[in-house]
Structure formats: structure tokens, C-alpha cells
Design a protein around this ligand. Structure first.
Ligand SMILES: [Zn+2]
Length: 351
């Protein structure tokens, strides 16, 4: 059985950033005496700068560290800083870019990492992986540790642009096809499906898909989405890999990133689009996914994201090659330009 860890604290409340020091003191006893590094990026200072100033006042040994991009080099530079300056705690405050760098640097520096997301755009806030790029290469998913604590300020994430929340929905509903692909792998070559991890990922999916609150900018919805994203991360930690949250729909997203860098689409939107296609390839009814995406006004017309039929077809034909070690529905259906072109037209027509 895979050995796993769970975060020591999970706080989802309004105004959590205003009392971040209090929360951190509960989560990590004696933190005020420890040397902490607070990681964020310059563009966020106008939004969260006041909270960080307060943190620095109450944590006298803390330092602010600004990052510029989510590169492997940036994470290594930060890890070096942690090691050379004897930093004991790392707190990442920001979106996916900041959080991935802070998470990986904390893992390399072997210190506890506290995650304070300012957006809810994917399940990396609690996952045991960080996605980092390096010059000239596609971004890579790197194994690391899950956070020691997660603090979500409902007011902060609710005020982020709407597309972040829609991306978070996309990353959650993609579990519908990812879980199916995981079972396909088990049937095909005996890949072990961890039952508990499967259950948690399925719960993350169901609690979002079958909830009554459809207003994205509501406190109730933010709580549901946070819980679903956190559960997704925990499912990966328990499984010891990303299979409970990542199937053929994620391979499509990787293929777009690697082969069509000009396409500007968020991870969550790309995997949502991917799920609509994978679900059809899996021979399943796409009605539930379509209903959820429609309820949250998510634009699933590929052309509106700059994805032409040629790009769409090419990305799917090359998707399986992005992770050859994974068996998914892409290894079981005969993909052709005609089949993919037909699905593309269905997506464009909204059915
Ligand atoms: Zn994802």
C-alpha cells in the first residue's frame, strides 16, 4: 500500500487572510519563532500586500520572496535560498504559478509548505505534484509532497476573475473520464486501482456535479469547489500517482501544450473540453457533463479558443504519445481524422 500524508489543517472561510497569522500559529505551533519565507508574485501585492505586511509584522523572522515564473530554475533558486538561509517554513500565497514553485521548493528544501491560494483554477492546491517548465522544453509534472496546511479565503478567491473558477470546475469534472480510463487500464493490463482513492475522486466529482448552488460567485459554491479540488489532490496522494484525476482528457491538454503552444487556454478549460471528447470515445452518455458545463456557462466551442479542426485532430492523434506509460481509451479506439472531425463539429454545434 502506498504511504500517504494528509494536510494538518484545512481552513475555508471568509476573511481567512485577515487572520492568517492566527491560523498559521494553530497549524504550526511556535511559528512566530521560526524563520518563514512568504512566496508570492509582484502583481498580487496590490491585492494581498496588506495581509502580507501584517504577516511579516507578526512573524518577525519572515522574509518576502517574489517569483517571476513557474520554471524549474525558479523553484531551484528558491530551494537554494531555503537551504542557505535555514528557512523552516514556506508559505505560498498566489495562483497556480506561485503555488507550484513554492510547493516544489519546499519539497526540495525539506520544510513544511502552507498553501494559500488566491484562485481556484485546478486541483494542484492539495496535490503531491508540481508542474514546472524549463527553457525550450514542455512543462513537466514533478512528484513532491502535499501541503502541510491549506488556507482558502472565500472573499479572495471569489473576487478573482470568473474564468479561474470555471477552470476549477473543468479540472473537477475531468475526473468523470479519468476514473473510467483508470478502470480501463486495470482491465487491460492489471494496473492497480486504489479503491479508497477512487472513492475520494468520485466524491469530489459528485459533490460538484450534483450540488444545487449554481451561482459561481456565492460563498456556498466556493466552499463546494474548494472541497472538490482538495479531495482531488488527496486522491492523488493516496493513489501515489495522478490516475484518479488524470486520463485521456489530460493527455489532450498535454498534447495541446506540447504541440500547439500558440493556443491560449487554461488547464481546466482544456481538460473539460477533453472530457467531452473522451466521454464520447469511451462510448458513454455525455449528457451529465454537458449539463454541468452549461449550468456554469462554460464555453466549449473549440473554435472560440482558437482550436481549429486541424489543431483539434492533430492534438488528439498525438495525445497518447505524451504519456506512453498510460493506457487509456486512446489505446482502445481507432482514432481517425473522420471520427475526430465529426466530434469537433458536434462540439461546435453545442451537442
Ligand atoms: Zn488537472
Amino acid at each position: 500500500m502506498n504511504r500517504f500524508h494528509l494536510p494538518g489543517c484545512l481552513i475555508i472561510e471568509e476573511g481567512a487572510c485577515e487572520r492568517l497569522n492566527e491560523i498559521l500559529a494553530d497549524c504550526i505551533p511556535g511559528i512566530e519563532e521560526k524563520k518563514a519565507v512568504i512566496v508570492t508574485e509582484e502583481s498580487l501585492l496590490s491585492i494581498i500586500g496588506a495581509y502580507l505586511d501584517e504577516m511579516k509584522r507578526d512573524l518577525p523572522k519572515s522574509e518576502l520572496y517574489l517569483i517571476e515564473k513557474n520554471s524549474f530554475e525558479q523553484a531551484m533558486e528558491l530551494a537554494k535560498y531555503i537551504c542557505m538561509k535555514d528557512v523552516e517554513i514556506i508559505v505560498g500565497v498566489g495562483g497556480g504559478k506561485v503555488l507550484d514553485v513554492a510547493k516544489y521548493a519546499g519539497f526540495v528544501g525539506k520544510i513544511p509548505y502552507i498553501c494559500v491560494p488566491t484562485t481556484l483554477s485546478n486541483d494542484s492546491l492539495s496535490s503531491p505534484v508540481a508542474v514546472l517548465g524549463t527553457e525550450g522544453d514542455a512543462r513537466k509534472t514533478l512528484k513532491c509532497a502535499i501541503p502541510a496546511g491549506i488556507v482558502v479565503d472565500i472573499n479572495v478567491v471569489m473576487n478573482a476573475p470568473l474564468f479561474h473558477l470555471q477552470s476549477g470546475i473543468g479540472d473537477t469534472i475531468s475526473k468523470y473520464t479519468a476514473l473510467y480510463d483508470w478502470k480501463l487500464d486495470a482491465a487491460h493490463r492489471g494496473e492497480r486501482v486504489d479503491d479508497f482513492s477512487y472513492l475520494i475522486s468520485d466524491m469530489a466529482l459528485s459533490s460538484l456535479c450534483y450540488n444545487e448552488e449554481k451561482s459561481l460567485k456565492s460563498k456556498e459554491f466556493i466552499k463546494i469547489l474548494t472541497q472538490s479540488l482538495v479531495l482531488g489532490g488527496l486522491a492523488m496522494e493516496i493513489a501515489g500517482n495522478s490516475r484518479p484525476c488524470s486520463g485521456s482528457e489530460h493527455l489532450f491538454c498535454h498534447s495541446l501544450e506540447e504541440n500547439h503552444k500558440e493556443i491560449q487556454i487554461s488547464h481546466g478549460m482544456a481538460v473539460a473540453l477533453g472530457s467531452l471528447v473522451s466521454c464520447r470515445l469511451q462510448g458513454r452518455d455525455v449528457g451529465m457533463l454537458e449539463a454541468v458545463l452549461k449550468a456554469y456557462h462554460m464555453d466549449m466551442d473549440p473554435m472560440n479558443w482558437g482550436i481549429t479542426k486541424e489543431i483539434f485532430t492533430d492534438a488528439w492523434l498525438r495525445a497518447a504519445d505524451t504519456r506512453k506509460d498510460r493506457h487509456t481509451v486512446l489505446n482502445e479506439v481507432e482514432l481517425s481524422e473522420a471520427l475526430l472531425g465529426g466530434i469537433y463539429e458536434q462540439l461546435r454545434a453545442g451537442n
